[in-house]
Design a binder for this molecule. Structure first.
Ligand code: ADP
Ligand code: 5GP
Length: 227
């Protein structure tokens, strides 16, 4: 696997988690980075599966220790990606998916410009509100205040869509998942093509074009000819 970092952002409730899990069932070698958060677990969420749930004190200790690749305060809670997540995926030779908010995405884009960014759009504000309401009812977390806060934030997040390389409208799940799969496979193929091109330029390979250029200068393949 290539070791590509995919940044996935979306207004809360757009269906990002649903989409990511569908794509992971379609494409091999995609590791999901489990973030740290100080928010309370929702519904059936488990520590170490959706998130590492932690305290503000512990989170701030990790910030001070330089343990985060990026972190942000979202809806009154801290969220962050551990440096170790990236190191682990690289070691395993797998691509890594980061499900992070717009602030965190901007930090990663600055630090790691080779990361591939994807924004997931809800099809309409009405659909976004319905999905948020359905989810909070299903998870017995019906805080109107929290819901309104997420809807308001969605507008602001959408203003940053132009800073992402790709955007997917999550209307019909299967269509959106097929599009995301296509993005992942295309980025992998592009990286492999770059790798092949770079490999063909290795001096140790001695490509026919290099040999011919060297011959024209009467330079031996192993380096410049002695005076
Ligand atoms: P996010 O991770 O972006 O906050 P979720 O994946 O939790 O959002 O999805 C929010 C709600 O919308 C969930 O109840 C989910 O089942 C539903 N949902 C997600 N994608 C779709 C879709 N394409 N069509 C219909 N419902 C969807
Ligand atoms: P939720 O509470 O709905 O799980 O997530 C709220 C928001 O926090 C979402 O936009 C989600 O992408 C974002 N988020 C989750 N993990 C991280 C993270 O590690 N870093 C940042 N910056 N945002 C995150």
């Amino acid at each position: 696997m290539a070791g590509i970092l995919f940044i996935i952002s979306a207004p809360s409730g757009s269906g990002k988690s649903t989409l990511v899990s569908q794509v992971r069932s379609l494409v091999e070698g995609l590791e999901f980075s489990i973030s740290y958060t100080t928010r309370q677990p929702r519904g059936s969420e488990e520590d170490g599966r959706e998130y590492y749930f932690t305290t503000r004190h512990e989170f701030e200790r990790m910030i001070a220790a330089g343990g985060f690749l990026e972190w942000a305060e979202v809806f009154g809670n801290y969220y962050g990606t551990a440096v170790a997540a990236l190191a682990h995926a690289k070691y395993a030779g797998r691509d890594l998916l980061l499900d992070i908010d717009v602030q965190g995405a901007m930090q990663i884009m600055q630090k790691l410009p080779e990361a591939v960014s994807i924004f997931i759009m809800p099809p309409t504000p009405e659909v976004l509100e319905r999905r948020l309401r359905n989810r909070s009812e299903a998870e017995h977390m019906t805080s109107e205040e929290d819901l309104q806060r997420r809807l308001k934030a969605a507008r602001k997040e959408l203003d940053r869509i132009g800073e992402y390389k790709y955007a997917i409208v999550n209307d019909v799940l299967d269509v959106a998942a097929t599009e995301m799969k296509a993005i992942v496979l295309t980025e992998r193929a592009a990286l492999e093509a770059d790798k092949a091109l770079a490999a063909s330029c290795l001096t140790s390979v001695g490509s026919p074009r290099l040999v011919s250029a060297l011959n024209s200068f009467k330079v031996a393949e192993g380096g410049p000819s002695p005076e």
